[in-house]
Each structure stands twice: as structure tokens, then as C-alpha cells.
Design a protein around this ligand. Structure first.
Ligand code: HEM
Length: 142
């Protein structure tokens, strides 16, 4: 192999390695579309909740702007983004709502539809849902 071809081959290999490393280092936050992606997911979730008769009544007395901001902040933090959640604890927030397992599942379906519409990959969707599932005991009554 000529010197030039060897050099080219090395350059291609180095670029390929670089590409792989970048892909692996992407945080879930990046895979959700960063701050603007998460804001769009939360906005989409609000539309879904508005159409979800099982869940909508729970939001009757909610300050929706606060909910929108705090949820986006929290999704950003648990996806390893650059935010710090500044809202109330999950147990405190949800205890008085007496949320049932069916209502929890319905909200998860709403979230999945909102992520689908934003073009979030199934892998990133599942990664986020897995992290949210850890909060289940604090959110569902029982
Ligand atoms: C893992 C899943 C969930 C997460 C991460 C989450 C997150 C949050 C956050 C960050 C807030 C705002 C807290 C604050 O104002 O300081 C909130 C409020 C609220 N969440 Fe959730 N939530 C989840 C599941 C659910 C489910 C399943 C329901 C109902 C089916 C629900 C209903 C509500 C309601 C109604 C409020 C407003 C409470 C109020 O107005 O006082 N949440 N949630």
C-alpha cells in the first residue's frame, strides 16, 4: 500500500472512531432534543392531557404554567441535562391526588404520544420511561 493510501486509511479510521465516541457520549438530554425538545414534549403532553378524560380532572386546580416549567426542569435533570429541579418533591406534589395505577399508565401513554410526535427514538423514549418508573411509588397512591 502506498504511503498516501495508508495515510488516507488512517484518517478514515480516526474519523470513524470519533463518530462512534460522540454517539456514545450523547446524553439522554441530547437524544430528547435538548432544552427546546423537552419544552416541545411538555407542550405536547399538555395537549394530550387536555384530551385524556381519565387524567384531566386531576389538573382542575393546577397552575399550568408552573406545571409546564417544573416538569420541563425535572425531565431535563433526570435526562442528565444542565438543569436543577426546583419544584416540590414527587411525594408531596402527588399525595393528595390519590393517583391510581390506571391514571399513571394513561399519563405515560400521553407522554409516549407526545414523544412520538417530536420524533424521539424508541430507545430514548424507553430510557426516559425507565427513569420515570423509579418515581412510581412516590406518585401512585397505595
Ligand atoms: C413519573 C411521572 C411523573 C412526574 C415526573 C411528574 C412530575 C410532576 C411535576 C414536576 C409537577 C410540578 C411540581 C411542582 O409544582 O412543584 C407535577 C405536578 C402534578 N402532577 Fe405529576 N408527575 C408524574 C406523574 C403524574 C401522574 C401519573 C399524574 C396523574 C395521572 C400527575 C398529575 C399531576 C398533577 C395534577 C400535578 C399538579 C399538582 C397541583 O396542582 O398541585 N403526575 N408532576
Amino acid at each position: 500500500m502506498s504511503g498516501l493510501r495508508k495515510l488516507l486509511l488512517l484518517a478514515i479510521l480516526a474519523l470513524a472512531a470519533c463518530g462512534t465516541a460522540t454517539r456514545e457520549e450523547r446524553t439522554l438530554f441530547d437524544r430528547l432534543g435538548g432544552t427546546s425538545g423537552i419544552e416541545r414534549i411538555v407542550a405536547g403532553l399538555l395537549w394530550e392531557i387536555a384530551e385524556d378524560p381519565l387524567v384531566l380532572p386531576l389538573f382542575a386546580n393546577t397552575d399550568i404554567e408552573r406545571f409546564r416549567t417544573k416538569l420541563a426542569e425535572q425531565l431535563c435533570e433526570i435526562a442528565d441535562g444542565p438543569c436543577r429541579y426546583s419544584g416540590d418533591s414527587m411525594a408531596e406534589t402527588h399525595r393528595h391526588l390519590a393517583i391510581t395505577p390506571a391514571q399513571f399508565n394513561s399519563l405515560v401513554d400521553d407522554l409516549i404520544r407526545a414523544m412520538e410526535r417530536e420524533g424521539v427514538t424508541v430507545g430514548a423514549q424507553n430510557a426516559l420511561l425507565q427513569r420515570l418508573a423509579r418515581m412510581y411509588p412516590d406518585i401512585v397512591a397505595g
